[in-house]
Design a protein around this ligand. Structure first.
Ligand code: ASP
Length: 346
């Protein structure tokens, strides 16, 4: 990759551990402002990049992230798209996979890198992972192909030496520096002495789709995690609730669920009500195949749509996005079944 041409990068600081320090009063981690992050990482000035920043107000722990924050983030990128070669989003790790998934669907025709990163230890702490994450993410956001194109024109997470497609990620550790995994897609790049890009996996923008942002989201989605001992009352509340247009059913293995008549009866009733029902496996890796077992087939026959090898985070964001655009649930099901942004393997 050619990283010589001068790039300009916008760092969007939303909050998260990377920019927190212990409050003197109660010792709880609370956010500090971006200038202090820059003071902790003087290495950034060694790059020939122009680095600007945009700070969210208020800064948040990502457990407080709401879809309105995704809309704001998408608009910040849209309004500055022409001025920067790449965008870095400093974000808490707890919901980073949800936010990166959401942005991957909301940013259409993306031709520049949008790299999320953060850290497990605050940047002011001697053993912080924040410095390496931040510095390498800046390098990736500014990297170009020999033709001068963005090396990674995708929404990604850079964490623990790996660049992962955002909508393939899930947070897997509350304490390891390797906090994220992409169980069904290899890393798009790995950072060692040099950053090695997996060119074959990196998506290229479709020249026919100019960059634009679609901020419409409909959050009337719920998640039903199947478990032994689940009761009809719980399943009924989630699947038949008037509040939802769609439910993600987190199933066992390759998409299997109880075959008890009461369970399938509720699933059929939810379908009769016109709900979108999506089958996503609880297994961290692998794919839904409802044809494999007698415990999967009834869900297929009842009209449940396969989530393939989607993460739950990505399925949720994809549903918010599609329901926000289409009033017709049939159209949502159709599009859910297709690979929109590299989020599933078909
Ligand atoms: N609670 C923090 C957050 O998600 C954790 C972190 O950043 O690692 O904002």
């Amino acid at each position: 990759m050619n990283t010589n041409r001068k790039s300009s990068i916008l760092i969007i600081y939303t909050g998260g551990t990377i920019g927190m320090k212990a409050d003197a009063a109660d010792l709880a981690l609370k956010p500090f402002d971006f200038s202090q992050i820059l003071e902790e990482v003087p290495e950034l000035s060694k790059f020939a990049f122009k680095i600007d920043s945009y700070t969210f107000d208020p800064l948040i722990d990502s457990s407080d992230v709401e879809p309105t924050m995704w809309q704001k983030l998408a608009c910040v990128i849209r309004d500055r798209h022409d001025r920067y070669d790449g965008f870095l989003v400093l974000h808490g790790t707890d919901t980073m996979s949800y936010s990166a998934s959401a942005l991957s669907f909301m940013l259409e025709g993306l031709d520049k890198p949008v790299i999320f990163t953060g850290s497990q230890l605050p940047i002011g702490v001697p053993r912080t992972d924040g410095k390496e994450n931040l510095i390498s993410a800046v390098e990736i956001a500014s990297a170009r192909t020999p033709d001068g194109e963005a090396a990674v024109p995708e929404v990604c997470i850079y964490f623990g030496s790996k660049l992962l497609r955002g909508n393939r990620t899930t947070k897997i550790s509350a304490e390891q520096f390797d906090a994220f995994a992409s169980p069904n897609l290899p890393a798009l790049a790995e950072a060692g002495i040099s950053i090695r890009y997996n060119q074959a996996l990196i998506r290229r923008p479709d020249p026919g789709v100019p960059f634009h942002v679609d901020t419409r989201l409909d959050t009337r989605v719920s998640i039903l995690k199947i478990h032994p001992g689940i009761t009809p009352g719980v399943v009924r509340n989630i699947l038949l609730g008037a509040e939802t247009r769609a439910v993600i059913i987190e199933t066992y293995g390759s998409g299997n669920a109880p075959t008890a008549p009461w369970f399938l009866d509720i699933v059929r009733r939810a379908k009769e009500m016109g709900k979108v029902l999506v089958n996503v496996t609880q297994c961290p890796s692998g794919c839904v195949n409802m044809n494999l077992y007698a415990t999967g087939k009834p869900l297929l026959e009842a009209g449940t749509v396969s989530g393939y090898d989607s993460t739950t985070e990505s399925a949720l964001a994809k549903l918010f996005h599609l329901l926000g655009i289409y009033a017709d649930n049939g159209r949502v099901e159709q599009l859910f079944d297709s690979d929109l942004k590299g989020e599933i393997t078909k």
